[in-house]
Each structure stands twice: as structure tokens, then as C-alpha cells.
Design a protein. Structure first.
Length: 384
């Protein structure tokens, strides 16, 4: 089992925790700061890269992902130095994917060109809505026009550009979402991440919702209609769902996210970053300090990692099932049974196949379109 991670690959996630403003729906580890010492942050990132590489010598690095926060607020020189160091510490794959998340409000042509020259070859843009009123409700600091302009700039610099949209927003109807999604697909996009708005505890939206002040959220049936509309329209435009919330043309899938879903190994550095790492025939879940200043101080002392949890083979089997069932290629049954040390329940599998929630083909188990709509329930049944 020491080499199981090779089924998914090996990636690096770098978390940049700073934003220009905190969005009311966001429960990510993001913070607003007036002053950021980028040289100090770069030194901490490089130190953490070297520490991680000392544990994983000789590995081929498939992907790097700069997430946040708003990584497009990073100096291009910072991004360049992180990429150069990672390339020197591991063996870069011939087709290594290097993604940087960007917000339209922090984009300019020169900055994107500098990221490209630094080695970034894929941009993931947080557009979130193609409606100015909804952008304001979501706390976004850009307009639709700015988002469209930023997308065009990105297209001139990068072959691969994705953007995110949120649906089931306040006062949104299925008809309005259909029109908005069609507009997004007309922008020559080859990858879309499409998320239903969820109200999370601890966010500004969560606080408003708790006291009855977040009005106009769609009813469950309406939100379900929007999910089905999403599947139908994207598939008709040649961007089928390769994961529950992600749609792409063939060959444009996010290779970094596929490492997660295929249950590979990945290093997470930066405040609040998580990882999965196989060392000496054990697999570990890693986590770092959440508070940016605490992480920075700890990294400067030699380690920003908060702790590690050893994952039993049963834990690994459960995580692989939860991840693998999210993607259209599904779960490798032999691999799961090797991790779990037992077979999947034939009765459960037959029942779920019988009600058309899953299908079994060529040694793989995958959710059907109906099953994907209620995936959490399907996963619970398989795990039980």
C-alpha cells in the first residue's frame, strides 16, 4: 500500500490567505490586511518547500496550485520564486499544470503576462456572477464588465482559463440562471466550476440567515432545477461534468483537483492548508496553523505544520470512496477493496444499481446522473 498514492499523482498546494475584501458567503481562510511583507512570506514558503521536499525526495511533481484568498495579489516575483524552487526540489513532470486563482478586480494585462512568464499555465478566475446586482450582494468588488475584460486578458496570456460561478443566489430564478450560464458558455471557456450557494456558519451570510435577514433564497425545488439545468446546458455545449461541480471540455480538466479526487498525495503549505502524504508505508493527513501570523512565525522557526494524523487503511478506503465517487470516472473497486481489506456490500451495490443511482462497468463504480444529484446519500449507503 506504500505506493497507492501513485494512482492519483503528487501535487503541491500553496495557500495565500489575503484578500482585498472578505465576501459574506466565504468560509475559506482569507483575511484582509493593509500591509503584507511579501519578502517575508516568500522566505517562509521556500523554507516549507525545502522541509517538505526533504521528506519526499525523488518524486515527480505533477501540479502546483496557488489558492486563497486571492493569489493574484501575490507579487509575480513571489510566484516565480516558489515555482522555481519547487521545480528544483522535485522532478517536474513534462506537462506540469501550474494554476493560479485570480479575482477580476486584481487583474491587469502586465500582471497576467508576468505570471505566465513565471511559469503559471492555467488561471482559475473567481467571477461568481454575471449580474452586477448579484455581484454586489455577494460582496464582490468587480463588475460584470471588469470580469469580462479580465477574462479576455487571461485568454491572451493563457491557453487554459477556468472561472467560477455561484447559482441559487438570492432572488435568482431557474430561467435567469439558464440565461446567465448560456452567456458564460459563449465566452469560449473550456472549464467551469459551478457551485450552489451554501450558507455556512461563521460567515456574514450565516449570521444574517440565522436572524431571518437573508431573504430571497430559492426554495429547494428551484435550486434542484438549477442543478439539472446546469448539467443539461453544459453537456449540450461540450462541457460535461467530470466532477459534481466541475465541467470541462475533454483535456481541460483540472489536473490538480483530480489528484484530490483520485486520492493521490499532495503537500499543503500556507495558513490552513491541508495535505495527504505517504511516508514509510503510512499515509498521513497534515494540517497547518490557521492564523496567518501564527503560521508565518512557525514556518520561520522551521515548521508551519500544526500536526499529522495517521490514516488507517479503513480511513483511506473511506476517503478514497468519498473522493472517487465525485468524479465521472468513478471508483476503482479493486483498489478500494485492497485498501479496505474487504469487499463492498453486494446487497448495497445491487440495490443502488437497481434504483439507478450507480453503475458498475469495467471494474469501476460510478454515480449516474440521478445518483450525482443525491451523492451524499449514495456515499453514505456505500460506506454503511
Amino acid at each position: 500500500m506504500a505506493d497507492d498514492w501513485r494512482n492519483g499523482g503528487f501535487g503541491l498546494y500553496v495557500h495565500w490567505p489575503f484578500c482585498e475584501a472578505k465576501c459574506p458567503y466565504c468560509d475559506f481562510n482569507s483575511h484582509v490586511s493593509k500591509k503584507i511583507d511579501q519578502e517575508r512570506w516568500l522566505a517562509a514558503y521556500l523554507s516549507e518547500l525545502r522541509r517538505s521536499a526533504s521528506e519526499t525526495p525523488g518524486r515527480v511533481l505533477n501540479t502546483i496550485f496557488f489558492g486563497g484568498g486571492t493569489p493574484s495579489l501575490m507579487d509575480p516575483e513571489t510566484v516565480s520564486s516558489v515555482i522555481d524552487e519547487a521545480r528544483a526540489l522535485w522532478h517536474p513532470s513534462n506537462d506540469m499544470e501550474i494554476t493560479l486563482e485570480a479575482n477580476p478586480g486584481s487583474v491587469e494585462a502586465g500582471r497576467f503576462a508576468a505570471y505566465r512568464d513565471a511559469g503559471v499555465n492555467r488561471i482559475s478566475m473567481g467571477v461568481q456572477a454575471l449580474n452586477d446586482d448579484d455581484l454586489r450582494r455577494l460582496g464582490r468588488i468587480h463588475t460584470v464588465a471588469e470580469a469580462q475584460a479580465a477574462f479576455e486578458i487571461a485568454r491572451t496570456c493563457f491557453d487554459r482559463v477556468s472561472f467560477d460561478l455561484i447559482y441559487a443566489r438570492q432572488h435568482q430564478t431557474p430561467e435567469a440562471w439558464r440565461a446567465e450560464l448560456s452567456e458564460a458558455l459563449s465566452m469560449a471557456v473550456d472549464h467551469l466550476s459551478l457551485y450552489q450557494l451554501t450558507i455556512e456558519d461563521g460567515t456574514a451570510f450565516g449570521d444574517r440567515y440565522a436572524v431571518g435577514k437573508l431573504r430571497g433564497l430559492p426554495e429547494d425545488d428551484s435550486a434542484a432545477d438549477m442543478y439539472l439545468i446546469t448539467q443539461d446546458i453544459c453537456e449540450a455545449h461540450g462541457l460535461p461534468a467530470y466532477e459534481v461541480s466541475n465541467h470541462a471540455r475533454t483535456g481541460a480538466e483540472s489536473q490538480h483537483n483530480l489528484i484530490y479526487w483520485r486520492y493521490g498525495d499532495y503537500i499543503g503549505i500556507g495558513p490552513g492548508a491541508h495535505g495527504r502524504l505517504t511516508l514509510n508505508e503510512e499515509k498521513y493527513a497534515t494540517e497547518t496553523y490557521l492564523n496567518p501570523q501564527r503560521w508565518l512565525d512557525a514556518a520561520e522557526r522551521g515548521g508551519g505544520e500544526k500536526g499529522r494524523t495517521t490514516l488507517s487503511l479503513e480511513d483511506q478506503a473511506s476517503e478514497y470512496l468519498m473522493m472517487g465517487m465525485r468524479i465521472s470516472e468513478g471508483l476503482d473497486i479493486d483498489r478500494w477493496e485492497l485498501l479496505a481489506g474487504r469487499k463492498l456490500s453486494e446487497d448495497t451495490v445491487d440495490h443502488l444499481i437497481g434504483i439507478k443511482m450507480i453503475e458498475h462497468e469495467n471494474g469501476r463504480l460510478r454515480a449516474t446522473s440521478d445518483g450525482r444529484a443525491v451523492l451524499n446519500a449514495v456515499i453514505r449507503e456505500l460506506l454503511s
